[in-house]
Design a protein around this ligand. Structure first.
Ligand SMILES: [Zn+2]
Ligand SMILES: [Zn+2]
Length: 151
């Protein structure tokens, strides 16, 4: 281990290499701004909007633009390092998790929470619900009022 490098630095280096490889294999350029957007998203489990990511990245990179943040998020989605959750009546949200999982969405404040293993994927597979489709996956969002908004 080189002098002056902590364990965290090594982990960060490995992550940076992985990010660069993923971006470049999908035809995107690796930039410091994209790395900052990735890190901002990876540090949150609340499915932030592009605006929320913009707010947090701007603390680090004051001259980054919202358009750059959007493009960075789309690049991350296209190389499967993030998932985009579209919403009919609000801004899209971004998910650092790309494994298949379900969501709860609050109809009042728009917050989105992960549901751990709803079992619905297995239920769908065990019932003949596909009507002849070759299924690639599914997205399920449970709608309701979150505990914060109920209080
Ligand atoms: Zn709410
Ligand atoms: Zn999620």
């Amino acid at each position: 281990m080189a002098l002056g490098k902590t364990e965290d630095d090594w982990t960060a280096d490995a992550e940076q290499r992985k990010l660069r490889a993923a971006l470049e294999s999908a035809g995107h350029r690796y930039t410091g701004q994209r790395a900052a957007v990735f890190q901002a998203l990876a540090g949150r489990c609340d499915h932030p909007t592009a605006d929320e990511i913009f707010t947090s990245v701007r603390r680090q990179i004051p001259d980054i633009s919202l358009a750059t943040v959007y493009k960075a998020l789309e690049a991350l989605v296209s190389c499967r390092l993030a998932m985009k959750l579209s919403c009919d009546d609000g801004p899209a949200r971004y998910d650092r998790r790309t494994d298949s999982h379900d969501h709860l969405r609050c109809l009042s404040c728009g917050s989105v929470t992960d549901v751990e293993d709803s079992g619905i994927g297995a239920w769908l597979a065990s019932h003949d619900m596909a009507a002849g489709y070759d299924l690639q996956g599914y997205q399920l969002v449970l709608l309701g009022t979150c505990p914060n908004c109920r209080n």
